[in-house]
Each structure stands twice: as C-alpha cells, then as structure tokens.
Design a protein around this ligand. Sequence first.
Ligand SMILES: Nc1ncnc2c1ncn2[C@@H]1O[C@H](COP(=O)(O)OP(=O)(O)OP(=O)(O)O)[C@@H](O)[C@H]1O
Ligand SMILES: [Mg+2]
Length: 372
Amino acid sequence: MKEFVFDRLVDKENICNLEKEKAQLFSLVKEKENVVVYAPRNYGKTSLIKNVIIPFFRESNQSPFIIFCDLMGVKSIDSIISRISISLAKEFNTKSSLTKVIDSLKDIFRSIKPTISIDAFGETSFSFDFDKGSTNTNFYSLFETIGDISKKYEVLLICDEFQDVSFVEEGEALFRDAFQKLNIPIILLGSKKHLLQNIFLGADKPLSNWGKDIVIPKIEYTTYHKYINERFRRKNLEISLEDATFLQDMMNRNPENINIVCNDILQNNKNIQISQETILISKEHVLFYREGRFQEYLKSLTESEENVLVALAKKEFTISPQSKYFVGLTDYTARTIGKTIRRLVDEGIVEKDKRGYFVSDVLLKLFLKEYR
Ligand SMILES: Nc1ncnc2c1ncn2[C@@H]1O[C@H](COP(=O)(O)OP(=O)(O)OP(=O)(O)O)[C@@H](O)[C@H]1O
Ligand SMILES: [Mg+2]
C-alpha cells in the first residue's frame, strides 16, 4: 500500500526515487565490485539494500548467500567478529535444507567449528565457534570461511554503519587484508560522512581509495511533490509544488521527517488543498506527540551536550561554534564547546555542511528551539 513510512525500513513500493542508485548497485554487484554507499541519516540506505538489492540478489543468483551485518557502535575487533558471526549464522539459518548446505560445505570448516542443534519443535539451527585462537586469528578465520563459502555459493557481503570501525584500533587494516582476499561483491554503508571520508580518502589509510562510491543525493523537490500527492489522493488532498517545497525545506529535505509530517497531514485532513498553515499545524502536532521521545533521547546526553545542542538549534546554522558570540550563548569555555561538538558530530547528532554546524534531526531541532 502507498503510505508514508517512518520509524522503520521503507518497503520497495514506498521508496521514493533512488532509481539511479538502484541501477548502479545492481550492475556493480553483478560485476563483483566493492561499493561504498554514502548518505546522511535517514536517506534510505538500509531500506534500499535490504528491500531492493538483497531481494534482487536472491532472485538473480542460483545459490545466493548474503551476509548483512550492522557495525553500529562496535568498540573492538571481538565485537566486530561477533556481529559478523551472528550474521553468517543467520544466513545459514534461512536455508530450508540446512543440513544439506552444511554437508555441501563440510570441507570448508577448517577454522570454525559448526554446531547444529535441534530444538523441541524439531527446528534445526546453526551456530559456530572458533578453534581457540587470538582475536586477529579469529578475524582471519571468519573471513577465510566467507571466502570458502564463496567457492560454492554466490556471496554478497554488506556492512552497515561501517564508519564505526574507525573507532576500533587496527579495524581498518584488518578489514583491508580480509577484503583483499575475497572475490565477492562487498557493500559498505555509512551515514557519518566525515568518518567515512577519513577511512576511504585519508592519505596513507589502509582502505584509502577502496571501492566505488555511490552517493545518495537529496530527492528532487518535484519528485517528492509527486510522491506526496500520490499518497494524499486517498483522502482527496492535494498540495502545490510551492507548498510541498516549503514542507521539504522546513524538514531540511530529510525524507523521514517529511514523511512524519505528511502522515500527520493525511491523518487529520480530507478533501482540501493543503496550505502552509495546515503544514505548520501538523508540524506542531508532531512536536507535541513526539515530545516524550525527545525528552527520553535528551536523557542519554550529558549536560554540556544538551546545552550546546540547544544553542545550535536556536541558531539554525553555526559556522564557528568557538566564536565569542556562540560561547556567550552557553555557560562553557570555547575548549569544552569544541570537544562537545566533536563528540556530537562523531555520534551523528550534529552535522556540518557549507552552511555550518546544525542539529541533524530537524524535528529534534524544532523541538529544542520551541520548547527549551
Ligand atoms: N527514498 C525514500 N523514500 C521514502 N522514505 C524514505 C526514503 N529514504 C528514507 N526514507 C525515510 O527514512 C527512514 C529511514 O530509512 P533507512 O533506515 O532506510 O535510512 P538510512 O539511510 O539507513 O538511515 P540511518 O542513517 O539512520 O541508518 C524511513 O523510515 C523513511 O521514513
Ligand atoms: Mg541505516
């Protein structure tokens, strides 16, 4: 059904645009290329991969084997190994003839020890362990196994939130070695541009110039306008391009935030032409009913993070957060502000573009502006 999706992955039918990126990914994956997909938060990276590229890969290969792992927040090589291992075991567990699959791969289990257990309902499940080795040996064993699987299956490896590997000592170097030995398509996704650029463009970095880049751009105003009207039609609503542009700009062209506001408009109106006034009412409504979430979220920040965030929100865009003017808006020193901003940027809560630093989530920004 055509709807405005938010707070979850978007299904294929509801993904707006991304046609060019789909076509590029299809062909790069077919050619077993390595790809890095760049886009800010909530630009549909994970949805595109999980709901379009993976189904395509499953359909277009005879014996597909897909390893999708999320590296968000990994802190050590051990946690990376654990994330990839779980994803690998998960893929085994999707196979209907698990024992047959394991049997066909018998000779590849050189460095990992597979176990198949049968639960009370007769369901088989696969898990594995490493022969006792050092952390780095286990990392290589895991990738050796992936390489071995790729001799009999068409393997696709995807690592989401790959930028967080940059916080793990030796992480990039280990991945470089491991990737070099694989002849399979690999897709790395990330949302924190400055960290990704550091990994893939930094001079003398292990993964510099690795793979082909795909950058997901902002969706065109006219394309999103058409998408919105297609969904508004159900309640006989219509929005002009001018007002749809106003809405998109207000949400800093972030698809998830646009969808949240459009969904509210759709829920609360019928048979009208949508005006800027209706848009503003829905925006207020959204801020009001999501207040609990924002409050909860703010609890996870330190006091200085919250205060700096409020100051950033009130100013919209800040070119120099350590300037006298900005420092005057807070109770902190320029040094503390600098450190806090760096942390907020690393966590993806604040972003920077040519207009300056800004709060990534527009709804959070509007909330801070109006309620703090
Ligand atoms: N092309 C799109 N069409 C419609 N909605 C979109 C699109 N891209 C993103 N969204 C919105 O963004 C939300 C998040 O999508 P998704 O998780 O796929 O993005 P992401 O780029 O992986 O985000 P993150 O950086 O947080 O991992 C969706 O629930 C949806 O509201
Ligand atoms: Mg994602």
